[in-house]
Design a binder for this molecule. Structure first.
Ligand code: AMP
Length: 617
């Protein structure tokens, strides 16, 4: 078999890998013939690295040398509340990096960054591929939760790099799942509800032919099956303490056994009403023996599932959709097998969930399909969105958002800023992610300093800041001093040195900027010059049969409606006169020149198509 692109679902609990060859998907299997490969790493004797099922088995004996669920830690700072919560949840020790406030996982006498642990899993997946496919895969499409932020994506890329993978694209998990759905038939809107081991995601995706357009995405990177297991553990340890007076938390080996049995109990209760729990000699001579009912499981876990349903409501609101406008609900992630979860989700969406996909493997299968398409050229067109607002700090500790959440990607946004003090020679811009109006309440991704400003009266210098998000959701930031032409690109850092932070606090306020009013990005307000309009268009799709050209700008979606080959009118969410879609119609004036099925998100092609639309040579 010729070298194919590996689709890898690097899950919190399990990894799945697949390749797509001649429209057929092949799932890799581990030594035990299983498609799900536990995302567990254990250091054995002489610090030999064990992964997958063997690591799980060995981990029972050495819980302090076993790492799992590291996806929850990847790309986070030590001070992150999620990391602090994880410290009390997992038997392995989570420590702060020496020079930065990044996270490290201590296994025996060694410590590893989460991405190093993930790389160990990826290396073994590569080995499986060599054995089963007969070639060494170098290219991969790796999936990440839609809600992963920049640092988490960056760290995932780093893990792949450490394992010598060339990542063609990071693909959002729900989009990957949608890619696996049958793409023939009418336009439809699909909700992909993904409740896995560690994260929860909801994405609303419009599928039209081979165009997959994400309308909104939301989620929680700390909501998953592990939390349900944690609640069962709490309940069982409470029973054990009542009977024996012993706190199981103080016994890591016993806790490991408890966690194992909690997950098995949960799975059994997906098709039974009652489950017997028996752990002989759990601590000393004391055993745990009890019955656990489905009713009790549902009682303690209902709030977690309701939390996920509330997030679905938020995503619908963001997309401006009502549940009645959805055509299909797809459940993804092992935890979605839980009957109460299925029931609450189906009640909320008012329809039965689709049964055509395997919730465990659908994401890897979709990634493999995307890999084959990227390799072969053509195929489906993905229009994803960025899940989190990105911006910079401005004077007064305020956030200036440059790319609001749920903006379609790829996207480029610019804004002009100016100095706020007379004689200001330095501009220090901190790149932030988050929606809090107070800059300091958001996550800091990195910073750019321009140090040679003219230092004249305030409001005179002009600094142009450009944010760009590529198809993998990675952020690139540039700032340019318009006077001197000095330009700097950001180096996104996962974590900040704590001493530097204190200094920054002082420097930042003095060196921060003010946005220039009225210098808004053309994507935000019009009227548009023709060249600006080309810049804001990120996707065109013409379909003569349906009589529509779908037009997407970084803010707006719309359609140009055709009759007898002529464009008659524009339809878009915002019908104000400066709307990009309306403007396109005005400029077009009957020069419609697309052929059926034409679609593109390539800027050069858009330019060509646009020129033909407005009749330019
Ligand atoms: P994933 O991240 O998609 O691999 O999902 C893993 C999560 O699904 C883990 O928390 C598992 O305990 C959970 N899971 C797998 N099978 C079942 C099942 N039959 N019932 C309930 N949860 C399950």
């Amino acid at each position: 078999m010729e070298s194919a692109v590996l689709g890898i679902d690097l899950g919190t609990t399990n990894c799945v890998a697949a390749v797509s060859v001649n429209e057929k998907t092949i799932l890799l299997t581990d030594k035990q013939g299983q498609e799900l490969f536990p995302s567990t790493v254990t250091l054995g004797e002489n610090d030999t690295v064990w992964t997958g099922r063997e690591a799980v088995a060995l981990g029972a004996a050495v819980p302090g040398k076993t790492a799992y669920a590291v996806k929850r830690l990847i790309g986070r700072n030590y001070g992150d509340p999620v990391v602090q919560k994880a410290r009390s949840m997992y038997p392995y020790e989570i420590i702060q990096g020496e020079k930065s406030d990044g996270v490290r996982i201590k296994l025996g006498s060694q410590s590893f960054a989460p991405e190093e642990i993930s790389a160990m899993l990826l290396r073994d997946i590569k080995k499986m591929a060599v054995e089963q496919l007969g070639f060494t895969p170098t290219d991969a499409v790796v999936t990440v939760p839609a809600y992963f932020n920049h640092s988490q994506r960056e760290a995932t890329l780093q893990a792949a790099k450490l394992a010598d993978f060339n990542v063609l694209r990071l693909l959002n998990e729900p989009t990957a799942a949608a890619l696996r759905l049958d793409s023939v038939g009418e336009e439809r809107v699909v909700a992909v509800y993904d409740f896995g081991g560690g994260t929860f995601d909801i994405s609303l995706i419009r599928i039209q032919g081979t165009v997959y357009e994400v309308l909104a995405t939301d989620g929680d990177t700390f909501l998953g099956g592990d939390d349900i297991d944690g609640l069962i553990c709490d309940e069982l340890s409470r029973i054990f303490e009542q009977d024996t007076g012993i706190k199981l938390r103080n016994f890591p080996l016993s806790w490991h056994r408890l966690r194992d049995v909690a997950e098995k109990t949960k799975m059994e209760l997906s098709h039974a009403d009652q489950c017997a729990v028996f752990l002989p000699r759990l601590v000393g001579d004391e055993s745990l023996a009890t019955d656990f009912s489905l009713a009790r499981l549902e009682e303690i876990t209902r709030p977690l599932i309701e939390r996920s349903v509330r997030i679905c409501g938020r995503a619908l609101e963001e997309a401006g959709l009502h549940t009645t406008e959805l055509d299909q609900v797809v459940l993804v992630g092992g935890q979605s097998r839980m009957p109460l979860l299925r029931q609450l989700v189906e009640e909320f969406f008012g329809m039965a969930a689709a049964t055509e996909v395997n919730p465990d493997t659908v994401v890897a299968e979709g990634a493999a399909r995307e890999g084959a398409m990227l390799r072969g050229g053509g195929g489906a067109l993905l229009l994803d969105v960025t899940p989190i607002t990105l911006g910079i700090n401005i004077a007064g500790n305020r956030l200036y958002p440059l790319i609001p959440r749920n903006t379609k990607i790829p996207v480029r946004r610019e804004h002009v800023f100016t100095t706020q003090r007379d004689g200001q020679t330095q501009a220090r811009m901190t790149v932030l992610q988050g929606d809090h109006p107070q800059a300091s309440e958001n996550i800091r991704l990195g910073e750019i300093v321009l140090g040679n400003l003219r230092g004249d009266e305030r409001f005179q210098s002009k600094i142009q800041v450009a944010f760009e998000i590529d198809a993998s959701g990675m952020l690139h930031v540039k700032a340019m001093d318009e006077d001197s032409g000095e330009e700097k690109e950001i180096v996104i850092r996962n974590s900040f040195d704590s001493d530097q932070d204190i200094q920054d606090g002082v420097l930042e306020e003095q060196a921060s900027l003010e946005p220039v009013e009225g210098a808004a990005n053309p994507a935000i307000s019009g009227p548009f010059r023709e060249t600006e309009l080309v810049d804001v268009l990120c996707f065109l799709h013409a379909n003569r049969k349906s009589g529509r050209i779908m037009v997407h700008t970084s803010d707006q979606n719309g359609s140009l409606v055709m009759a007898d080959g002529e464009i008659t009118h524009a339809e878009c969410a915002d019908s104000s006169g400066t709307d990009a879609v309306q403007e396109l119609l005005r400029l077009n004036q009957g020069h419609f020149a697309f052929h059926e099925g034409f679609s593109t998100s390539d800027p050069a092609e858009i330019k060509l198509a646009f020129n033909s639309l407005i009749g330019a040579p």
